[in-house]
Ligand binder design. Structure first.
Ligand code: ADP
Ligand code: MG
Ligand code: ZN
Length: 613
């Protein structure tokens, strides 16, 4: 068999994706590889295919039980013998699996890094031919990364203890320059062939929504996309509880996940989500690492995350199957304040000196600032993120809420001068809210107390909507005419250039056209059957097949997306195969699955075509 046959036979795909083929060829030639590819790019196939073509065993090191379970489930469904060794197995199960492994039953073995140097495992590994060791989520080896796992540092020792050095592969979706160097060094990669496929996720639609009722916004999305599975990230446990309860009250099948729940409940809720019993997950950022669910169709952030790295990782959990998916960030200026507060509260890492801790805080605040810019920019959102990661693309993607909004350059000189004037006249003592309220001429008690009700700027912008004042404020900060301090109660200050601005030329700002602003909601793709190439009839069929998939998944005790991905189901609905040969031609249908499920699907399809006659 060659790599193309393996791809078709086991995984049911006809073509390789970007980067896969070269990585596979290189590993087969015996050279180490290092693949940096975004989430959903298909890194697993890069090592699973050579594993099936090599003589000996492949050992895959993976950081999380859920990831291993998912991958082994997928492989078993594809007809490949694979197993995992981690703490979820009882002593008896572990011994049995190890025995089977010794007998040569498995081609691919997933193992937690802690196990590598344990005597039993080591004894097994040195007595069998290990052709390849693959390190998945390789960034866990780096102390710079957020997911550092000390036991990843043992991988190198393990490899050195093997009688013949295997090919070593490292894969990750996140690798800044520092992390990349750590990986090369800590894994002792030998002249590895590096493949980087860029960070862009073309199937994701990005949207930022500012102001308004966040919950109403969520409900509006969910009612327009009733059948979809997705994640709603909230900043605190409390918000998770609130949002989840409200959703349930509104008839949405939602579940929740945060660090305050018991292990058992967390596991249960995660499974309900994976198995599509509760398709909507409301969670803190504790949820997600290790979630390979391929049919996550949306990720909504109820609060702004603390930096773009986190946002991109969390939002990136949408659309792993390559189908269209939506990422919405619900932004409110309070989120920035809350994040500032959290950074200040952070107790810091004891291993660092005071100065180092200060540096970390500085860095965190700078990152937070960039995140806030993302939320307020009128430029292309995709471009903004890619530039943040050092990739330069065009300024227009056509697939984010900013690209789809029509903007015009408006003259904001008057508002800008009023804002800067107000900051100056109040002695640079107040934050954004007081300044905005003053300009709006708000009748609040606070303004009377602090004297701002008597300011010469009181009410000078009373005709300007609040959101516009905030936009201009942000714009001035971006241009460097104003700054916000990092204190506990952030205060607005002038900069060296503020005076220039007061007496200088006009100030322009890009702003959404008025009617556009109100209708921006419509920029999010409507119910996905509209944009997929499914007609109404096919869509019904798709729903029927989804039910069949659910039945099979329940019987097999695997999540539905492991039986067939949404993409594959859609293709079946569109092509309507009538024979096993035709069924096999569908992308995602391998020989094993065709044998196992072909008849069931063909029967449903035959029944449907009779109905439509
Ligand atoms: P990653 O680990 O890079 O995030 P995965 O290995 O989990 O990505 O793959 C994501 C999805 O892409 C899976 O559903 C997988 O089956 C699918 N996939 C991988 N390679 C191909 C391919 N060549 N053609 C079609 N689908 C693919
Ligand atoms: Mg992966
Ligand atoms: Zn764009």
């Amino acid at each position: 068999m060659d790599k193309y046959q393996v791809l078709k036979k086991y995984f049911g795909y006809d073509t390789f994706r970007q980067g896969q083929e070269e990585l596979i060829d290189t590993m087969l030639s015996g050279r180490d590889v290092f693949g940096v590819m975004p989430t959903g790019a298909g890194k697993s196939l890069c090592y699973q295919i050579p594993a099936l073509l090599m003589e000996g065993i492949t050992i895959v090191v993976s950081p999380l039980i859920s990831l291993m379970k998912d991958q082994v489930g997928t492989l078993n469904q594809a007809g490949v013998h694979a197993a995992f060794f981690n703490s979820s197995l009882s002593a008896g199960q572990y011994r049995k699996a190890l025995q089977l492994a010794k007998e040569g039953r498995y081609r691919i073995i997933y193992v937690a890094p802690e196990r590598l140097l344990l005597e039993e495992f080591l004894d097994f590994a040195v007595h069998r031919t290990v052709s390849m060791v693959t390190v998945d989520e390789a960034h866990c080896v780096s102390q710079w990364g957020q997911d550092f796992r000390p036991s990843y540092l043992k991988i190198r020792d393990f490899i050195r203890l093997l009688p013949n050095r295997p090919v070593v592969g490292a894969f990750t979706a996140t690798a800044t320059a520092e992390v990349r160097e750590d990986i090369l060094a800590a894994l002792d990669l030998n002249d590895p062939y590096l493949v980087t496929t860029g960070f862009d996720r073309k199937n994701l639609f990005y949207k930022v929504h500012t102001g308004g009722d966040k919950f109403a916004e969520v409900m509006s999305y969910l009612t327009q996309h009733p059948a979809e599975s997705g994640i709603i990230y909230c900043m605190t446990r409390k918000t998770v509880e609130e949002v989840c309860t409200k959703l349930l009250r509104n008839g949405i099948r939602a579940t929740r996940y945060h660090a305050g729940l018991s292990d058992a409940e967390r596991r249960n809720n995660q499974d309900e989500f994976l198995y599509d019993t509760s398709p909507v997950m409301v969670a803190t950022n504790a949820f997600g690492m290790g979630i390979d669910k391929s049919n996550v169709r949306f990720v909504i952030h109820y609060n702004m995350p603390k930096n773009i790295e986190s946002y991109y990782q969390e939002a990136g959990r949408a659309g792993r199957d390559g189908e269209e998916a939506t990422c919405i960030l619900l932004y409110a200026p309070q989120d920035v304040v809350m994040n500032q507060f959290l950074i200040d509260q952070e107790s810091g890492n004891d291993a660092l000196t005071k100065e180092e801790q200060e540096m970390v805080k500085e860095r965190d605040k700078e990152r937070l600032k960039q995140m806030a810019f993302y939320c307020t920019t009128n430029e292309c959102l995709r471009d903004f993120v890619l530039r943040y990661f050092g990739e330069y693309t065009t300024n227009y993607c056509g697939k984010c809420s900013n690209c789809l909004t029509e903007f015009e350059d408006i003259d904001v000189t008057q508002a800008a001068r009023a804002i800067v004037g107000c900051v100056k006249s109040c002695g640079q003592r107040f934050g954004m809210t007081v300044v905005t309220d003053t300009l709006r001429g708000s009748q609040s008690a606070k303004l009377k107390q602090n004297g701002m009700a008597k300011s010469p700027y009181f009410g000078t912008l009373k005709e300007t909507p609040v959101y516009r004042i905030r936009q201009v404020l942000q714009h001035l900060i971006c241009l460097g005419y104003l700054l916000v301090t990092d204190e506990k109660y952030p205060v607005m200050k002038l900069t060296e250039t503020s005076h220039e601005m007061l007496s200088g030329g006009p100030i322009f700002m890009k702003a959404a056209k008025e009617q556009e602003r109100r209708s921006v909601r419509s920029t999010v793709p409507k119910d996905r059957k509209m944009q997929a190439d499914l007609t109404d009839v096919d869509y019904e069929l798709f729903e029927t097949l989804r039910r069949l998939r659910m039945e099979i998944a329940k019987a097999e005790r695997v999540p539905p997306y492991i039986v067939f991905s949404d993409k594959t189901l859609k293709e079946i609905s569109a092509r309507k195969p009538r024979t096993k040969e035709e069924f096999l031609k569908v992308s995602g249908v391998g020989e094993h699955k065709c044998k196992k499920y072909g008849e069931k699907f063909l029967a449903v399809l035959a029944g449907q075509s009779k109905k439509s006659l």
